[in-house]
Design a protein around this ligand. Structure first.
Ligand code: A4P
Ligand code: MG
Length: 172
């Protein structure tokens, strides 16, 4: 896995460019839903994120970890933002609350999960926040959409060795 930052690569097929010229650091988020109207939850979540540069294709994914539960829809989103990590985490929680997420069980079913995957130049590990996300390099439901957006960070073999099965559905 190459975890250095590089210039943006706009040549990736399937990557939907949303905006450009935004300032700030390069950031990747992962959004997942497996309850209710999954696609709408993801769309509304993406709309609430600041500085969106690109949204990956949509993937249907088998749950990794946790109890037996329905399949997820997952996407990755690239941002450019000056928001500090803790502020961005606060925003993640507000976006999840807007989808009326209820926390009952770790890794359990959820209307919307918004995770910070990677922030350019940031490494931190506190009780509330770990960046890069501690499990992202093991999970195909994050690696596959990340590969679509950031082939400089994720290789084909990284995706192949990820845990879980994923199916690309098209645009969110
Ligand atoms: N937290 C720490 N680091 C971060 C970060 N980088 N981004 C803290 C976001 N949050 C971070 O998360 C618990 C706490 O983690 C947060 O309050 C925050 O302070 P949560 O969202 O409340 O609970 P969770 O998601 O159940 O726990 P966790 O450990 O974040 O789960 P994971 O590892 O993210 O896994 N399978 C498929 N196919 N698709 C999925 O989207 N998601 C999970 C969740 C499991 N299996 C899945 C999927
Ligand atoms: Mg989460």
């Amino acid at each position: 896995m190459t975890l250095h930052s590089a210039d943006r690569n706009d040549s990736t097929a399937g990557k939907r460019a949303v905006g450009d010229d935004a300032g700030g650091r390069r950031v990747f988020m992962s959004l997942g839903s497996n309850m209710g109207d999954r696609r709408t939850h993801l769309r509304q979540g993406v709309e609430m994120l600041p500085g969106v540069v690109a949204v990956s294709p949509l993937y249907e994914t088998d749950p990794v970890g946790g109890p037996s539960q329905e399949a997820f829809l997952n996407v990755a989103v690239e941002l450019r933002t000056d928001l500090e990590p803790t502020r961005l985490l606060g925003l993640c929680h507000r976006i999840e609350s807007a989808a009326e997420r209820v926390r009952e069980q770790r890794w359990g079913p959820r209307t919307l999960d918004v995770d910070i995957i990677w922030m350019e130049g940031i490494e931190l590990d506190t009780d509330r926040l770990t960046i890069p996300h501690p499990r992202w390099t093991q999970r195909r439901f994050v690696l596959a959409p990340m590969r679509d957006l950031a082939p400089d960070l994720v290789s084909e073999s990284d995706v192949r060795f990820g845990e879980g099965t994923v199916q690309r559905l098209g645009e969110l």
